[in-house]
Structures are given as structure tokens and as C-alpha cells.
Design a protein around this ligand. Structure first.
Ligand SMILES: C[S@@+](CC[C@H](N)C(=O)[O-])C[C@H]1O[C@@H](n2cnc3c(N)ncnc32)[C@H](O)[C@@H]1O
Length: 264
């Protein structure tokens, strides 16, 4: 979590596209869903989603994070009466089982035990409440687990984050140029018929609207984490059975990740 603390104290920017991106991660939830609910975010990072949820009319939203990212999250939300930031471990949340809706995006797969984090978050939702989780998928990410993860584990997550900030500019330049010069234009031609065949098209197209700083954050994020699990659909489905969730919806997002939503 310390590496993420550094990350979110450096990459403090806000982006107008965060709302759409967030709704993509928690679909079928919509902004209206939050009205008057007590909401918990497991691993709030710099607080961008806590902020959105507060704006969308939650009665109270609690953003919890273990790292120093809470400093950035607090600065971003302190003007909102219904937003609260706490520094806490997702495995040991100091919260009663009174949450209407809990969510976690991009966090569980970075925990040593992702499943345990999921169970812990779910345990705070009151009966009849709802839960969302978004995690990296194993499917279609074999190239990452095979080539990127060993480099991340042995090298990039171990070097000083300040140095990684500069090192990560090189892969960011490839991603940036590819998304702006190839993926975005080709997806606009012939209804995307050609672009469909491009490597990792859905995800790269999804981030193609972001500028340099945001894409740099994304690349840095993938290289800084000491732990990242890529979770197969079957295992993710089992998580929801383990909590006896009902009305569960599990969908493949951007052809590289799983988003789940259900009633607890
Ligand atoms: C990739 S970031 C995602 C942040 C945020 N959900 C977002 O999408 O902007 C992962 C976050 O999980 C937090 N984290 C890691 N381990 C944690 C733990 N055991 N308990 C709570 N938060 C944790 C990190 O500090 C980091 O802010």
C-alpha cells in the first residue's frame, strides 16, 4: 500500500472522464442509485470515487484506504459534508454492518488475499444492501501475467517510485501514441470493423480519450504494485456464491476485467 500512497500523493489530478470510467466499473449501478444511501468504498485511493458518490446524493460515503493516499482523498473531499475518509485496512474495517452499498474498484486484486478482502467488504453490508467489485481478469491478460508481472514483481515495484515515475514515461509514450494515432482513429472507421482486430483494442480504446497525465498514471499504476492477481471468471463467481449474494450480475469489462454487482 505504501507504493500506492506515493502514487496518489503525486497523481492528484481530477479528470472529467472519471465519472464515465467509474460507472463502467460499477455497472449496472447509475448515479441515481446512490441517493440517500450509506456507502462504503474499499480502497479509495485519491478519493475520486468517494467525491463522485457524495456529489450523486449519497447520505454518507466513507472512503477507506490503508495508505497515505488518504491525505489526497481528504483534501479532495473535505468540503463535502457527506464524505468521510478513514485510514483503515480493508481486512479490518472499523465499521458496523450498516452499509447500504459497498464497492471496491481496482483494489482487491492488489491484496495478498483478494477473496478475504471481498468477504471483509461484504461483511459490512446490511442484509438487502448491495455490493460491487471490479477486478483484473485472468482471461485475455496472459500477456501481462507472462511478460509484465515478472518484471513488475522483480524490478519496477521495488525501485524508488520517484525513479519509476521517469522510467514509466517510456511505456506511457508507446501507449499514448498508439491510442491517439492508431486506436482512436481506426475505431472511428467503418464502425470499428478494422480496429476490432487490434491487440487489446477494447481496453486501449477505453483509455484513448485520456491525456498524457492520466495515461501516465495508468501505466505507473500497473508497474508500481508489488502484488497483482489476475482473477478467472470461475473464481470471481465463487466469491459471490460464498456470500450467498442474489441477483448477481457478472460482466466482462473491456475484455480484460470482471465487474460484479449483487444483493447481499
Ligand atoms: C490501484 S489503487 C485504486 C484506488 C481507487 N479505488 C481508484 O480507483 O482510484 C489501489 C488502492 O488500494 C489501497 N489498498 C491497498 N491495500 C489496502 C488495504 N489492505 N486496505 C485498504 N486499502 C488498500 C491502496 O493504498 C490504493 O490506494
Amino acid at each position: 500500500a505504501a507504493n500506492f500512497g506515493w502514487q496518489w500523493q503525486h497523481f492528484t489530478q481530477e479528470d472529467q472522464k472519471y465519472a464515465d470510467q467509474f460507472l463502467g466499473w460499477i455497472a449496472p449501478v447509475t448515479p441515481e442509485f446512490f441517493k440517500d444511501k450509506i456507502v462504503l468504498e474499499g480502497g479509495c485511493g485519491k478519493g475520486r470515487h468517494t467525491h463522485l458518490v457524495a456529489d450523486w446524493g449519497a447520505k454518507e460515503v466513507i472512503g477507506a484506504d490503508l495508505s497515505a493516499a488518504v491525505e489526497t482523498a481528504f483534501a479532495a473531499t473535505r468540503h463535502l459534508d457527506n464524505a468521510h475518509i478513514i485510514q483503515a485496512d480493508i481486512y479490518h474495517l472499523p465499521i458496523k454492518k450498516e452499509i447500504d452499498y459497498a464497492f471496491s474498484v481496482g483494489v482487491l486484486h492488489h491484496l495478498p488475499d483478494a477473496h478475504r478482502g471481498f468477504l471483509s467488504l461484504a461483511s459490512k453490508v446490511k442484509p438487502g444492501g448491495h455490493l460491487s467489485a471490479w477486478v483484473y481478469g485472468a482471461e485475455n491478460n496472459e500477456w501481462i501475467t507472462r511478460w509484465v508481472s515478472p518484471m513488475r514483481e522483480r524490478l519496477t515495484s521495488r525501485i524508488n517510485p520517484g525513479a519509476l515515475l521517469h522510467v514509466s514515461k517510456l511505456p506511457t509514450a508507446f501507449v499514448y501514441l498508439a491510442t491517439k494515432l492508431i486506436y482512436r482513429p481506426l475505431n472511428r472507421v467503418a464502425g470499428g470493423a478494422v480496429a476490432r482486430h487490434l491487440f487489446y483494442n477494447n481496453y486501449l480504446m477505453a483509455i484513448s480519450g485520456f491525456g498524457w497525465k492520466e495515461q501516465h498514471t495508468i501505466v505507473f499504476d500497473h508497474l508500481v504494485a508489488p502484488t497483482a492477481h489476475y482473477i478467472p471468471r470461475g473464481a470471481f463467481e465463487q466469491w459471490w456464491r460464498d456470500i450467498d449474494a442474489t441477483d448477481v450480475s457478472i460482466q466482462w469489462h473491456n475484455k480484460n476485467s470482471w465487474r460484479g454487482f449483487g444483493r447481499v
